[in-house]
Write a protein that binds this ligand. Structure first.
Ligand code: ZN
Length: 289
C-alpha cells in the first residue's frame, strides 16, 4: 500500500508530464477499474474527452486531476498495486493495463493506469463546495496532511488534547490528520520516544509539536529517497520508494537492537496491524487508556 511520500512522487510526475494536456480519447480495458464511476466506462471516457488536465493535487494518500472548467476531477485510487504510468504511445501494453488516456498533442506519450489486482481505479467526481483546488466531494472529509502548507498545527494540537484517544490512533485518524500510515506512525513515535498507546490528552503542547516535527521529518526523508527517480519519464507507484529498505528505525525491526539504546525492539498486535517500538525508549503509559 503506497503511503503519502510515494503518492507525492506520483503527483509530481503527473504535474510534470500530464498537466495542461487535453484528452483526445480514453480506452477502458477493464470495467472493474471504473467501478467507482457508476455511470460506467463509456460515460467516463465521454466526459474526459476534450477536457484539459490541471496540475495533479494530493490530500493524504488521495490523488486527483482536476479537469479545467468543469467543476469535476478524476480521482485516482491506487489500491494495493495500482500504477499511473506515462509511457510512449509506441510502448507495448502492460499485461495489466486497465485504462489508457491519449492526448491531443504531439508529445508522443499517454497516461496508463495499470493494476494487477484491480483494487484501484479511476473515477470522476464533482468538486467539493468551497474547494479552491478541485478537491473531489467524496474525500471532502479527509483532513489536510502535515506536508500541506495549509495544515493547521495549532488546531491539530488542540484536537489532540480534547480527544479521548491514544496517540497512534490519532495519527491514523484521517479526519484529524491525513497521510500518516502505520509505518510512518511507528517511525515518528520512535523518534519522539512516545509509546503508541499514550493518551493524547496527556501530551503537552511542546510534546505534540515535537511529534508533529518528527512526522514531517520522516515523510520528508522518504520523499527525498523516493523522489530521486521521478525525473524520469516513468511515473510509478507500487509502494516502493527505496526508503523502506534503508532508513527505517522502528517498523519491521522486531528483535533487532534499538538504534538509540540497543534494547531489542518489540512488536505488538495493534488494531489488526502491528506496532513496533523500543520498550525502553518508548515506555507504556502507566494508566491504560
Ligand atoms: Zn531504545
Amino acid at each position: 500500500m503506497p503511503e503519502l511520500p510515494e503518492v507525492e512522487v506520483v503527483r509530481r510526475g503527473l504535474e510534470r508530464w500530464v498537466a495542461g494536456r487535453t484528452v483526445a480519447g480514453v480506452e477502458v480495458l477493464h470495467p472493474r477499474a471504473v467501478r467507482r464511476h457508476p455511470a460506467g466506462g463509456a460515460d467516463f471516457a465521454a466526459r474526459l474527452t476534450g477536457r484539459r488536465f490541471e496540475p495533479a493535487r494530493r490530500r493524504g494518500k488521495y490523488l486527483w486531476l482536476p479537469l479545467a472548467d468543469t467543476g469535476t476531477s478524476v480521482l485516482g485510487h491506487l489500491g494495493m498495486s495500482g500504477q499511473l504510468l506515462v509511457q510512449p504511445e509506441a510502448a507495448p501494453d502492460e499485461k495489466h493495463l486497465r485504462i489508457r488516456i491519449r492526448f491531443d498533442d504531439a508529445a508522443g506519450t499517454e497516461l496508463r493506469f495499470v493494476d494487477q489486482r484491480t483494487f484501484g481505479g479511476l473515477s470522476l467526481h464533482d468538486t467539493a463546495p468551497d474547494s479552491a483546488d478541485g478537491l473531489p466531494d467524496v474525500i471532502g472529509h479527509i483532513a489536510r496532511d502535515p506536508l500541506d502548507p495549509a495544515f493547521d498545527d495549532a488546531a491539530f494540537q488542540a484536537a489532540l488534547r480534547l480527544r479521548r484517544t491514544t496517540i497512534k490512533r490519532a495519527l491514523l485518524d484521517q479526519s484529524l490528520i491525513s497521510g500518516v500510515g502505520n509505518i510512518y506512525a511507528d517511525e515518528a513515535l520512535w523518534r519522539a520516544r512516545l509509546h503508541y498507546d499514550r493518551p493524547t490528552a496527556t501530551l503537552t503542547r511542546p510534546r505534540s509539536a515535537e511529534l508533529l516535527g518528527h512526522v514531517r521529518d520522516v515523510m520528508n526523508a522518504a520523499l527525498a529517497a523516493g523522489g530521486t527517480s521521478f525525473d524520469s519519464l516513468y511515473v510509478n507507484v507500487n509502494g516502493e520508494s527505496g526508503y523502506f529498505d534503508r532508513s527505517l528505525d522502528a517498523y519491521g525491526r522486531e528483535d533487532e537492537p534499538c538504534r538509540r539504546c540497543g534494547t531489542p525492539m518489540r512488536r505488538r498486535a495493534w488494531m489488526n496491524r502491528s506496532s513496533y517500538f523500543c520498550p525502553r525508549c518508548q515506555r507504556p503509559p502507566r494508566v491504560s487508556p
